[in-house]
Design a protein around this ligand. Structure first.
Ligand code: TMP
Length: 239
C-alpha cells in the first residue's frame, strides 16, 4: 500500500497526495461509524468491498456521461482520483421514506415518494450536519446558483441511472448521499466526488425488503459484511 502523508482523514476514508499534479489517492478504511461517530466498529474487509463497489458505480456513471473525480482503482483499498475542492454539502436523494426523514416528519418507513426528493445538508460534524435550504447554500456562498442548478440536475440523473442499475439486480435504491467538487485543474468544472457504496446508500432487496446497507450496522440487523458482499455479488463484482 502507498505510504504518504495524510492530507485528510474522514470516518471511512483517508486522502493522500497523488503521483501527479492535481491527483490524489483515496483510501478506503474498514471503520464504520453512525450517528455522527457515536457508534463505531471496524469490519475487516469493508474498505476493500466498498472500494470495488464504488469503482463499479463510478465507472458505470462515467459511461453514462456523468463527470466524476474517479480515475482508476489502484489496488484493494486505493483509488486514484482527480483533486477537487469539495463543496461542503451532502446532497441526499430519496425515493422512499426511510431514516432521518421518517423520524423528522413522523412518516412510515417504506412509503414511496411521488417524485425523487433532493435535500441539502451542511457538512459540519460539530453541528451534526444540519439540513439547509437552497437559499442557505447560496447565501453563505457554498455554491452559486448556476453550480447548484447543475448539481441538482446531476443528482437527479444519477438517481435515475442508479435506480435502474440496482433494479436489474433486484435491489431498490431507497436513498443515497453524494458529494460534488470543483476540479483543481479547472474549478469551473463540477464533478461527482467521494464514493457511492452501501455506506452511503440505502439498498433493499426488492422482494423481502431486507436491508443491504449500513442500516444493518446502525440498527444491529445482522452481518454487515454479508450484506455488502451480497450487493457486490449482485453487481457482478468478483473479488
Ligand atoms: P438519513 O436518512 O440519515 O438522512 O440518510 C439519507 C441517506 O444518506 C442514507 O442513504 C445514508 C446517507 N448518509 C450518508 O452517507 N452520510 C451521512 O452522514 C448521512 C447523514 C446520510
Amino acid at each position: 500500500m502507498t505510504s504518504s502523508k495524510t492530507l485528510y482523514e474522514g470516518k471511512a476514508k483517508k486522502i493522500i497526495k497523488g503521483p501527479k499534479k492535481n491527483t490524489l489517492i483515496q483510501i478506503f478504511k474498514d471503520d464504520a461509524t453512525a450517528y455522527n461517530k457515536k457508534k463505531h466498529k471496524i469490519f475487516k474487509g469493508k474498505g476493500v468491498i466498498n472500494n470495488k463497489i464504488s469503482e463499479h458505480i463510478m465507472e458505470f456513471l462515467k459511461s453514462k456521461k456523468i463527470p466524476t473525480h474517479f480515475e482508476k482503482r489502484l489496488n484493494d483499498r486505493e483509488q486514484l482520483i482527480k483533486k477537487c475542492q469539495i463543496i461542503p454539502i451532502e446532497f441526499v436523494v430519496r425515493n422512499i421514506v426511510a431514516g432521518s426523514i421518517a423520524k423528522k416528519l413522523g412518516l412510515k418507513e417504506g412509503m414511496k415518494l411521488k417524485k425523487p426528493l433532493l435535500e441539502y445538508y451542511y457538512k459540519e460534524d460539530s453541528l451534526d450536519d444540519p439540513m439547509i435550504s437552497r437559499d442557505h447554500v447560496e447565501t453563505f456562498g457554498w455554491a452559486n446558483r448556476s453550480e447548484l442548478k447543475r448539481i441538482d440536475g446531476m443528482s437527479l440523473k444519477i438517481n435515475s441511472l442508479l435506480t435502474k442499475l440496482f433494479k436489474k439486480k433486484n435491489i431498490i435504491l431507497v436513498d443515497f448521499k453524494i458529494e460534488f467538487g470543483r476540479l483543481a485543474s479547472n474549478p469551473k468544472k463540477i464533478v461527482l466526488a467521494d464514493e457511492i457504496s452501501p455506506d452511503s446508500c440505502r439498498l433493499w432487496d426488492i422482494k423481502s425488503k431486507q436491508k443491504l446497507d449500513k442500516d444493518v450496522f446502525r440498527r444491529n440487523l445482522g452481518s454487515l459484511m454479508g450484506a455488502y458482499e451480497e450487493v457486490a455479488s449482485r453487481l457482478g463484482i468478483v473479488h
